[in-house]
Design a protein around this ligand. Structure first.
Ligand code: AMP
Ligand code: ZN
Length: 480
């Protein structure tokens, strides 16, 4: 499954350092095995469209993967899809988000999961995120999850109550370490009562029983009774299945540190006795909207398709992402997107001027820039600095055109702004046969009332920054 990529150049010597949530330090990273970095990323809960905050966690993992590939390592990258078991309040009470969406829409949980998984994959593709080596769905790994819970039951880490099988956090002395939790404070806060019979506030469900008299769409038999896995179990079971009992890197948003990742660590380390289970934990900060964390459950979200419809091609959002360090919060505003659009267009234009330029390439002229680019990323994935180096190259009057292109092409293996193909905004609008053909195909689809195809083509064109207007004289298109 591991992918080897031939980088254009020999890797630069400076070591990669990553900020590790486990130790709260920047540490030198090397894959533990054979030059292959094994990475697990917590993926989306597919009861609704992933919003651009969720997509930041995808872009961040992609930046990590591409940086490691650029450095000459190979990677095995696993991403999961949560299609069961994630409850509305992240703890053990509340409804299963998938089941609730099914009731609300009158569709099946599997239909909903399929629709939003596909949409998320489309978004990832439009954002230039590399396909993971393994994409795994929780509902397709129920036996592995049951096996993990069985190991914990056998080893005495669990107890059973009418609600389900629970992990007893007091049996794992290191439980509070990862997130520096104040368990005493949590206990006095008395949230234990969220589930009848739970012994300690931090204990969490490994297997939840289907409620008496309620027919769930997604439930399975288990040694303890009919039900479904707790949300945290899926990530431990699937990451261990595909990456081994210990692995190198685990990523997710900062909201996962206190509960989800703390619980993943507890159950994995207790089931397999490995410590640390994962060496490096990396977390991206939030995208905020109007000062609040963007969150599906709060309804204050923006999705990529809306941005595209508003004239911001998907890669403008990637450019926006690259302008902040992943551990800084980002405020999503129209002004910020406008600025990103302008910046991205200018960079594409500068790249287009030297694209495929032939001629002399002086190694001694380009090497210092190559080193600075690699050093920026090696410093805990400092994308803003890496983009600044790309800008220096794009503008660099001391560099020859072929040298600029050589560097931009190499940098784009990591930045993935499509500098080799993107069309500068406003160019080539009038006589682009490919666009003409697509517009005509859309018109034909409209005529035959195939609106799904018509909309898809319109969205694809919008993703490139092309707006189609339907006028009495037929469709007209222009670049935004
Ligand atoms: P979910 O679909 O809620 O399970 O979240 C998928 C991923 O997106 C997780 O890694 C979350 O931590 C991350 N995430 C959720 N909201 C935001 C946000 N506003 N900004 C950045 N990352 C987020
Ligand atoms: Zn997870």
């Amino acid at each position: 499954m591991a992918e080897r990529v031939n980088t254009a150049r020999a890797p630069v010597e400076v070591p990669v350092q990553l900020f590790n949530t486990r130790t709260l330090k920047k540490e030198i990273f090397e894959p533990s095995e054979d030059g292959n970095a094994r990475i697990y990323t917590c993926g989306p809960t597919v009861y609704a469209a992933a919003h651009i905050g969720n997509l930041r966690s995808n872009l961040f993992a992609d930046l990590l993967v591409r940086t490691l590939l650029h450095r000459g390592y190979s990677v095995t990258h696993v991403i999961n899809v949560t299609d069961v078991g994630h409850l509305t309040d992240d703890a053990d009470a509340g409804e299963d988000k998938m089941e609730r969406a099914a009731v609300e829409t009158g569709r099946t949980a599997m239909e909903i999961a399929e629709q939003y998984t596909q949409l998320w994959l489309d978004d990832r593709e439009r954002l230039g995120c590399r396909l993971p080596d393994v994409l795994c769905r929780a509902t397709e790994h129920i036996p592995e999850q049951i096996a993990l819970v069985e190991r914990l039951v056998e080893r005495g880490f669990t107890y059973q109550i009418p609600d389900g099988v629970y992990f007893d956090t007091t049996k794992f002395p290191g439980y509070a370490d990862f997130a520096r939790l104040d368990l005493a404070g949590q206990a006095s806060g008395a949230r234990i009562a969220d589930v009848e019979g739970k012994r300690h506030a931090a204990d969490f469900a490994l297997w939840k029983f289907a409620e008496e008299g309620v027919q769930r769409q997604q439930e399975w038999g288990s040694p303890w009774g009919r039900g479904f896995p707790g949300w945290h179990v899926e990530c431990s079971a699937m990451s261990i299945q595909y990456l081994g009992e210990t692995f190198d890197l685990h990523t997710g948003g900062v909201d996962h540190i206190k509960v989800h990742h703390t619980n993943e660590i507890a159950q994995s380390e207790c089931a397999y006795g490995m410590r640390p289970w994962v060496r490096f934990w990396l977390h991206n900060e939030f995208v905020n909207l109007a000062g609040e964390k963007m969150a599906k459950s709060e309804g204050n979200v923006a999705v990529l398709q809306d941005l595209v419809r508003q004239g911001y091609p998907a890669l403008v959002y990637r450019y926006f992402f690259l302008q902040a360090h992943y551990r800084q919060q980002q405020s999503f505003t129209r002004d910020a997107m406008d600025a990103a659009k302008t910046g991205y267009d200018r960079l594409v234009r500068a790249a287009a001027e030297v694209r495929d330029a032939g001629g002399e390439v002086r190694e001694d002229a380009i090497e210092p820039l190559r080193v600075r680019f690699a050093e920026s990323l090696a410093d805990d994935l400092n994308a803003p600095r890496a983009v600044a180096v790309a800008w220096e190259v794009a503008r660099g009057s001391e560099l020859l055109p072929a040298e600029r292109w050589e560097l931009l092409r190499e940098f784009d293996q990591v930045l993935r702004l499509d500098l080799a193909n993107a069309t500068p905004a406003g160019e080539g609008a009038e006589n682009d046969p490919r666009v003409e053909a697509l517009v005509a195909e859309r018109e034909e689809a409209r005529r035959t009332r195939d609106f799904a195809t018509a909309d898809r083509i319109r969205d694809e064109l919008a993703a490139e920054g092309i707006v189609v207007k339907d006028t009495p004289n037929g469709p007209r298109w222009s670049r935004t």
